[in-house]
Each structure stands twice: as structure tokens, then as C-alpha cells.
Design a protein around this ligand. Structure first.
Ligand SMILES: Nc1nc2c(ncn2[C@@H]2O[C@H](COP(=O)(O)OP(=O)(O)OP(=O)(O)O)[C@@H](O)[C@H]2O)c(=O)[nH]1
Ligand SMILES: [Mg+2]
Length: 518
């Protein structure tokens, strides 16, 4: 409430300097003592009312600050960086019941992952057969060595013998194509053209290998598609029969039945020494690939198989489109809060790469601009950079190194003005695979030339990369801001949940600080 100077106009030296309201508000010049007392009492009453209103406004402001805070986090990173897996961790932490109710849906995805891994081997065998004149060469040439310095795949293949046992296994596993088709039909929305059983990821993870590109597509679901709905009948029957011996295999056409019948052959194939040698010679570490379940074949192909939490986190299903997920957090001491995770998928926004990284980056930025509505008003970004990609090429572009692509995407994200106020959290992800690769003898410095001949140990190499990512953050952030970085393996529930809790608390604390500053 405005307060005005009061008094007789005649008391003031300069009329033009006077408050324009003063004349209106000034008490009458002939005011009696009684009238003056009445007026003062009315003024005191008005002041009391004004103070009460001010108090109420303050009270409301304080209440707003105590209200549940809604925070928004954006998950970013190249394809296969671990965005969906991070999201699954959030689901497991905050809606474990809903997460577990979806087990049956993930069963089909895992079956598909198994079929895909086996088909990679079968395809490789076909290539070997083709290059060695249908396997008629001599067995002595099976002395394969590994990795850089080893004979090239062609040299190796020219002498390989698959032998009758492997050829028979290959033939017996032919029905897997049918299994894949029927699983894809189950997973794909009606009318979708995204799913073709003949499309597999590249057969090799040899960087920049010149492969024929015939198996370049991966099975994907659009984030909007209700793929889990296809399993609702099964889920209902699973839920209602907890504790009873449910037979998931009444349907003889269930892909699970055929997979189960093929289990022994798949196990034999995967454990066959010639196959192991062949994979090694092709630098094909299937165990590092997404959706690897070949070491658990007996379990995941059993007729009553139901995925564990770990299995669900390891299952691979590519996401397309943007999805938003809302969680309410429990167990917070002073505040309840909720969080929205948006998960745009960069595979779609990435421009076709060019040999010139600057052009590629510019185009990428303009694609990112198209996604602005999803980027606006985010409290934080969790950016996932899978370090294990240092010796791999992108599935969609065999000429681009995965790690280099991550660095470019990081730079574009950090410099994006729409995201400049978002707190930045960096997950240097897939540390478990990164470690396994270096420990298996793959030389980090062979792929990241600037690393030179520093020690080839995972800690030193990861610390080097962390410093590089931090440098880009410092240099390209439109305004100075903190970077919170973590070395992660988001398939590991325990360590990931601890990190995510820290991240959530940090983002929330910062968001509250910002509210106080407003
Ligand atoms: N071993 C290991 N596997 C991981 C890790 N993070 C993710 N994965 C696996 O890598 C695969 C890809 O992860 P996703 O979470 O599907 O990747 P995404 O970023 O959502 O990929 P798009 O949907 O294609 O954009 C999945 O099979 C995960 O289980 C990790 O830290 N270690
Ligand atoms: Mg995904």
C-alpha cells in the first residue's frame, strides 16, 4: 500500500514539487480534534488491513516454495548409449511394481536378442562358407590369431573349415528365421514397415570395416507404439497365476517353444571352438554387443522363462521418437517431488554424417533446433557417452567412429542455447565393456591417437576422456555452469541407482535454489 506525505499545502515551499496525491489525501484544513481522531483511527485500520494482505502474500510464497517440486530431466546420447536403460533404472526405483508387471513383454524382446546373436553367427558362417568354396579347404588354417596384427578376415576365411558338425548345426538352426519373423510380428504395431527379419546389425565391430551393409537395420519400436500391449493377455495370465504352475507354452507356434527346441543346438554352436576362433579372428566380441544373452541360453530358452530385473536392463530394443515419463518420488524428508524424463532419440535427429565434421555438426545443430520444444525448460540433461565405442563404428555409418560421434553430439548439446540453463550431468557409460576391452589387450591409443603411448589401463584412459569431455563443456557452454560427471555401467542396478539418487537430489536442490533467487 503506497504511503504519502501529509500536511498543509501552505507548509510546502514549492507547489510543483508536491506529491500529486497529497492534495486529495490531505486532511481538511478546518479538521476538528474529534474528526482528526476518527480519521487517524480509520487510517490505522486501513494499515492493519494492508499489513494482513502483505502477510498473506508472504505466506503463499513460502507455501509455494515448500510445495512438491516438479523437475524435468532430458536423456541424451547416441543410439545404444544407454538412455532407455537409464530410464528403466528410474522405473525400477520409483515404480517397481509396474516395471515388474512388464516382464512378459520383455521375454519376447530377449528371445529376439538371442535369435539375433545366433543369426549373426550363422551369417558369418555363410560368409566363411562362401569365401572358402563351401567349406572345402584344409583344417590346418584354423590357427587364428586375434585383433590388430592378426590375419585379415579374408586371409583367415580363405582357409576356414566349418566341418560337417557345424554345417549340420547351421541347417538345424534355420527355423530361427521363422522365430524372428513371428517375434517381430508380435512386437510390431499393425501396418508397420519397420520390421523385417532379414535386417540385422552389422556383422562385425571392426572399426571402419568395409562390409556389405546388407545387415544394417536394427529392430526398433516407436516410443509411442503400444508394443507391450501385444503381451497384455499373457501378462494377465501370468499375474493371475502367481504361485501356480503356469504353462506359457500352450501355443505350439509360440516362438518360445521353437527356441526351446533349438536350445541345445544353439548352446553347441556358441561353445564350439571353431566358432570361438572365427569370432575372435573377426574381432567380433558378441559379449560386448547389446542384448547379449548367449551365456545364459539354457535359462532364457526354458519354457517357463520369465526375465529377471537384470535381464530387462540388458535387453536391447531400439527406441524411436520422444517419450516422456513421469515419476513421483517417495521417501524424501522434507519435500515430495516428481520428475519427468524425456527421452528423445538422436538416431532420428542425426544428420547423415559427412567426412567434414564441421558440416556434420552444423547440420546436427539445425536438427537439434527442430527438437527445441522438448529442450525448453529442462532442469537438467543426463548425457550418456558410451566410452566402449572407441573401437567401433556407428551402425548407421560405418565410416564414423562411435566415440567421435559422441564427442560431436556432446559439443552440440553443450553449445545449444536452449539448454544453457539446464544442469549438465555426464555419464561416461559402458565402463564395464570399456574395461573388458582394454584388459583383453585392445590398445586405446590405436584408436584415440591423441592418447599416445600412455598406459593402456582403463582408469587412466577413462580419466583422460573425462578430462576431454570436461574441457569441451567448459569451452562451449554458453554460460559458465557446473558439470557433474560419473563413470557408469547403467546395466548395474545397484551402482546406477545410487548415482541416480545423487543426481536427482542435486537437480532438485539446484532447482529449489533457483526458485529462491526468483
Ligand atoms: N554392458 C553394458 N551394457 C549396457 C550399458 N548401458 C547400456 N547397455 C546395453 O546397451 C544396449 C543399448 O542400450 P539402450 O538403453 O537401449 O540405448 P539407447 O540409448 O536407448 O538407444 P536408442 O534407443 O537406439 O537411442 C542395451 O542392450 C543395454 O542393456 C552398460 O553400461 N554396460
Ligand atoms: Mg532407447
Amino acid at each position: 500500500m503506497p504511503r504519502f506525505r501529509r500536511g498543509h499545502l501552505s507548509d510546502r515551499p514549492h507547489r510543483h514539487e508536491e506529491d500529486p496525491f497529497a492534495k486529495i489525501l490531505a486532511p481538511p484544513t478546518d479538521e476538528t480534534i474529534e474528526e482528526r481522531e476518527k480519521r487517524l483511527a480509520a487510517e490505522a485500520e486501513a494499515q492493519k488491513r494492508s499489513d494482513a494482505i502483505d502477510e498473506e502474500i508472504n505466506r503463499q510464497r513460502m507455501a509455494e516454495r515448500r510445495e512438491p517440486k516438479h523437475i524435468r530431466i532430458l536423456l541424451l546420447g547416441q543410439s545404444e548409449s544407454g538412455k532407455s536403460t537409464t530410464l528403466k533404472n528410474f522405473q525400477l526405483m520409483n515404480s517397481p511394481k509396474a516395471f515388474r508387471n512388464e516382464r512378459a513383454s520383455w521375454r519376447a524382446v530377449i528371445q529376439l536378442n538371442v535369435v539375433r546373436s545366433i543369426r549373426l553367427i550363422l551369417n558369418l558362417m555363410s560368409e566363411v562358407s562362401a569365401s572358402s568354396g563351401n567349406g572345402r579347404s584344409t583344417p590346418t588354417s584354423m590357427m587364428a590369431t586375434s585383433r590388430p596384427g592378426s590375419p585379415s578376415a579374408d586371409q583367415f576365411d580363405s582357409g576356414v573349415v566349418l566341418g560337417p558338425e557345424l554345417l549340420k548345426l547351421k541347417m538345424r538352426l534355420a527355423p530361427l528365421q521363422q522365430v524372428e519373423e513371428s517375434l517381430l510380428r508380435k512386437l510390431s504395431p499393425p501396418g508397420s514397415t519397420d520390421f523385417e527379419a532379414t535386417h540385422l546389425a552389422p556383422v562385425t565391430n571392426l572399426p571402419y570395416a568395409v562390409r556389405s551393409g546388407k545387415f544394417t537395420r536394427e529392430i526398433a519400436v516407436h516410443s509411442n507404439s503400444q508394443w507391450k500391449g501385444a503381451f497384455s493377455r499373457l501378462m494377465t495370465s501370468v499375474r493371475t497365476s502367481i504361485g501356480s504352475e503356469i504353462d506359457l507354452t500352450e501355443d505350439p507356434n509360440d516362438p518360445g517353444v521353437i527356441l526351446n527346441a533349438c536350445a541345445d543346438d544353439m548352446i553347441k554352436l556358441w561353445n564350439h571352438p571353431i566358432i570361438k576362433t572365427l569370432l575372435l579372428a573377426h574381432n567380433l566380441r558378441l559379449e560386448d554387443k547389446a542384448g547379449f544373452f548367449l551365456d545364459s541360453l539354457e535359462r532364457v530358452t526354458s519354457l517357463r522363462y520369465m526375465p529377471t530385473d537384470d535381464d530387462i536392463l540388458r535387453a536391447r530394443l531400439k527406441t524411436l521418437g520422444v517419450s516422456e515419463h513421469r515419476f513421483k518420488f517417495k521417501n524424501t524428508a522434507t519435500i515430495g517431488e516428481s520428475l519427468t524424463l524425456a527421452e528423445p532419440v538422436h538416431y532420428e535427429v542425426r544428420a547423415p554424417s559427412t567426412s567434414n565434421p564441421t558440416i556434420s555438426l552444423n547440420v546436427m545443430c539445425s536438427y537439434l533446433a527442430a527438437w527445441a520444444p522438448y529442450f525448453d525448460n529442462m532442469d537438467a540433461i543426463i548425457f550418456l557417452a558410451p566410452l566402449s565405442g572407441f573401437d567401433e563404428a556407428l551402425a548407421e555409418d560405418p565410416n564414423t567412429n562411435r566415440l567421435e560421434d559422441s564427442v560431436l553430439l556432446w559439443k552440440a548439446t553443450i553449445s545449444n542455447p536452449l539448454l544453457k540453463t539446464a544442469q549438465t550431468v555426464l555419464f561416461l557409460n559402458k565402463m564395464d565393456i570399456f574395461k573388458a576391452k582394454l584388459e583383453s589387450g585392445i590398445k586405446f591409443g590405436d584408436y584415440v591417437v591423441s592418447y599416445g603411448d600412455r598406459p593402456n589401463d582403463p582408469d587412466t584412459a577413462a580419466a583422460y576422456l573425462r578430462k576431454k569431455f570436461a574441457g569441451i563443456h567448459k569451452q562451449h557452454s554458453p554460460i559458465p555452469r557446473m558439470l557433474y560427471s560419473h563413470m557408469t555401467a547403467v546395466t548395474d542396478v545397484k551402482s546406477t541407482q545410487a548415482i541416480l539418487t545423487n543426481v536427482k537430489d542435486m537437480v532438485l536442490r539446484q532447482a529449489l535454489e533457483n526458485t529462491k533467487l526468483v
